[in-house]
Design a protein around this ligand. Structure first.
Ligand code: NAD
Ligand code: TYD
Length: 365
């Protein structure tokens, strides 16, 4: 859809201070400057208000600190801002944290998504069910479970088989979004995307963790035998896909989004070591020597892979970045933005790191 043929939207992006949604906020503000853009974010450990500060001078942008479980707040925001589009990305998102404390995942991912869906339903109903309203629920490929090496990639009809408290809570929220379309006719859309990487990624996830540990001369903890496979997608490509789904997607439909970049964890870590050795001016320790095999994550899914044929054929989306170009951009971003990630290595983060890694480091593979 071209910009000249579209009416301005009034979009609520939840979780906008987090990784993917902050990239979506920048994508949206740049591409659709005439749209009203509201971010709702609770600023948990994963939310960073500073990420969005450059937008504060933009009169079409508003940041609201608040919880998606707070129904009165959501109801008043929807009405006050006359929202017609919700892009719902707020979530507890890290598998290792879901193993340590699953309760927050059930609360935010299931109860929070229900609260948003139900408040939007009431509001959309009261507004006369306008045709152009949309509720995009952003989810993950992890709801489909784990693949064997010879299995075909996940498609939109693959049965759900979540294995971690994180993926189980996301599966629950997907089912609610689906039910709101089938039961009430509410214009929900669901996307299930593979692993993202890129700017503003919180240090606990594999790619930023490895980049930062290399810079600090800290060991690079590879879980298990390092043979687990993930299908990596550059976050900017994900944002373009979400844009396409909001504008061209059919309500009630699910779209799988993936990078067609299946890589074993150990190979990815080697690639990151090589890029760092090439791009970083001086490193305390040769990166490859920091690789350490550690005790595996409980219930660790072996392989994820996405079949993205539907979004390609129906909406014309495909990734622009290869893994090589995307990783290069990402490594350079972490080198250039120390001031963004350094403050995130807080006492709380060190505490988390201890909890997850201290016991794992006893086993080398
Ligand atoms: P993130 O953890 O970086 O950010 C989540 C954001 O949500 C944070 O800003 C946090 O403050 C906010 N938040 C958490 N609980 C909240 C609550 N109760 N109320 C309001 N805000 C709250 O997450 P991410 O990696 O950017 O993931 C965004 C979405 O995309 C999630 O729904 C996730 O399941 C999905 N997803 C992520 C990936 C990935 O590789 N990161 C891949 C596919 C799908
Ligand atoms: P992660 O970034 O946590 O994403 P997800 O678990 O949602 O796929 O992890 C990506 C892969 O990297 C996953 O197979 C687990 C592995 N991993 C490590 O080997 N070491 C680490 O320190 C982390 C954080 C992840």
């Amino acid at each position: 859809m071209t910009q000249t043929s579209r009416s301005p939207r009034r979009i609520l992006i939840t979780g906008g201070a987090g990784f993917i949604a902050s990239n979506l906020v920048y994508h949206w503000a740049e591409k659709y400057p005439g749209d009203r853009l509201i971010v709702l974010d609770a600023l948990t450990y994963a939310g960073n208000r500073k990420t969005l500060e450059p937008l504060d001078a933009n009169s079409n942008f508003r940041f609201v600190q608040g919880n998606i479980c707070d129904r009165p707040l959501i109801e008043s925001l929807l009405r006050e801002e006359a929202i017609d589009t919700v892009a719902h990305l707020a979530a507890e998102s890290h598998v290792d944290r879901s193993i340590l404390g699953p309760g927050a995942f059930v609360q935010t991912n299931i109860v929070g998504t229900f609260t948003l869906l139900d408040a939007f339903r009431q509001y959309w109903d009261g507004a006369g069910k306008p045709d152009h309203f949309r509720f995009l629920h952003v989810s993950t490929d992890e709801v489909y479970g784990s693949l064997n090496p010879e299995d075909p990639a996940f498609s939109e009809t693959t049965p759900y088989a979540p294995n971690s408290p994180y993926s189980a809570s996301k599966a629950g929220s997907d089912h609610l979004a689906r039910a709101y379309f089938h039961t009430y006719g509410m214009p929900t859309l669901i996307t299930n995307c593979s692993n993202n990487y890129g700017p503003f990624h919180f240090p606990e996830k594999l790619i930023p963790l490895m980049c930062i540990n290399i810079l600090m001369g800290r060991s690079l903890p590879v879980y298990g035998d390092g043979q687990n496979v993930r299908d990596w997608l550059y976050v900017g490509d994900h944002c373009r896909a979400l844009d396409a789904v909001i504008h061209q997607g059919t309500p009630g439909e699910t779209y799988n989004i993936g990078g067609n970049n299946e890589v074993k964890n150990i190979d990815l870590v080697h690639q990151l070591c090589d890029l760092m050795a090439e791009l970083a001016p001086s490193l305390p320790t040769p990166p490859q020597s920091l690789i350490t095999f550690v005790k595996d994550r409980p219930g660790h899914d072996r392989r994820y892979a996405i079949n993205a044929t539907k979004i390609k054929t129906e909406l014309g989306w495909e990734p622009a970045e290869t893994l090589e170009t995307g990783l290069r951009k990402t490594v350079q971003w972490y080198l250039d933005n120390t001031a963004w990630w350094q403050p995130l290595l807080s006492a709380e983060y060190q505490d988390y790191y201890q909890q997850v890694y201290a016991s794992r480091l006893v086993q080398a593979g």
